[in-house]
Design a protein around this ligand. Sequence first.
Ligand code: FAD
Length: 482
Amino acid sequence: MPAAPAPALVWFRDDLRLADNPALTHAIASGRPVLALFVFDDGDAGQRRRGAASRWWLAQSLRQLARAIAAKGGRLILRSGAASHVVPGVAGEVGARLVTWNRRYEAAAMAVDAGIKTALTADHVVAESFSAALLREPSTVKSRAGQPMQVFTPFWRAHQAKGEPRAALPEPVRISGFAGAIASEDLDDWGLEPRSPDWAAGFGAAWQPGEAGARARLLAFLDNGLASYAETRDRPDLAATSRLSPHLRFGEISAVQIWHAARLAAELHQPPGLPKFLSEVGWREFAYHLLYHRPDLARENVRKRFDGFAWTNDPAHLLAWQRGLTGYPLVDAGMRELWRTGWMHNRVRMVAASFLVKHLKTDWRAGEAWFWDTLVDADPANNAASWQWVAGSSADAAPFFRIFNPMAQAQTFDPAGDYVRRWVPELAGLPAGAIHQPWTAAAADLAQAGVTLGVTYPRPIVDHARAREQALAAFAELEDVE
Ligand code: FAD
């Protein structure tokens, strides 16, 4: 019998799917036996450690991926340690002649990948990387003058002017797996899931991590959400958005798949929600464009004038915000939804983030770090770009003086108070007219609802009007150093 050809190694990272996976498709098409590898290298080579909620998701997603690969005839092995050692090491162990992966866009990760490519090439192993996470490579969208784009609207226009994204690749029918001996670590030994306390206990009810869960979520949204998306996407009391963000973050589904599926679903009746939905996917593209050109997006103000901002950074305020005990019901509902499910509605993210930065004058980086730890969709580009957008410190940002009024936002987007009732049950008995500002409620309403302010639910930790004035005054003091 002729010897089997040397294997191809597919290094999975933020692309935990089989369909529309160019690195996997390419390895299979090479005709070589395929071995799939995931390397847990958190914190290595200057890369940011994953947050706790992301680690929980990663564990679930890897289990699903391993099963899906095995069902096709292949095998996923797990290793931990510096990828710069592990990837060439495993390639050497199995005698791989081809290593493939899909690209990522954080500077530290790109440096790791470039180093590995050089090392493999020196060993006469072919290393090939592919575009898989975004609709387009972030370097390919430029202004007319050939510069990176700073503002979303012209970015999205230039992006769309390039035409349709590439076609999505089908799921492989079969994987001809590497049959040799090769050791794998045990996922349970990585300690990715909380034990005691198991704060992720509620996550399982809210999510189905993995490629099958992502697909189900997309189909449900196309059937029930897309048509009304433009009118309802800002309503946290309705399940009106796709909730695809963690699936996208871990690459269980690709932006390209979502794009084409949404276009196809809308072909017959062209719902008004379609362009809006696609442009939200476009915001993700824009965030990656920003991150690609500004590797320090999560650490440095884009607008340098914000370096001089007089943050108060009161730890008691930060703690009250994290726990959902600010006394502002919409903010508290969002922070508790985040803690219980690892996700928060976009409108409420904006209000809660604005409250931390502007009402509590806390540096946006403290909020970014909390979201990074607690969101299941914590994303290196979207999180940093969104926090800078809310703070007013990026080029295309909500101006600092636009300070969200948490009561007005709540009355507009949670008109009956149902969202607050769900996440702040101690206020559930209050009528809609009072639930968003319980300190204005009539004594009889408070008594009937069993609410004692300062005892069963906090009084506001800051006064809205005074906090607003102070934030504006601090902003006015900024020296314009741009
Ligand atoms: P949908 O409305 O169904 O949108 C579809 C997809 O488009 C989303 O899954 C997401 O990938 C993308 N998208 C939607 N809105 C935005 C946006 N404003 N910016 C960038 N991409 C967007 N999103 C993350 O994925 N990870 C984060 O860490 C993150 N942190 C955020 C922090 C703050 C302070 C704010 C204000 C927003 C943040 N967002 C983040 C953006 C947005 O809130 C989420 O993407 C959205 O709520 C996810 O829900 P969905 O999948 O139902 O979105």
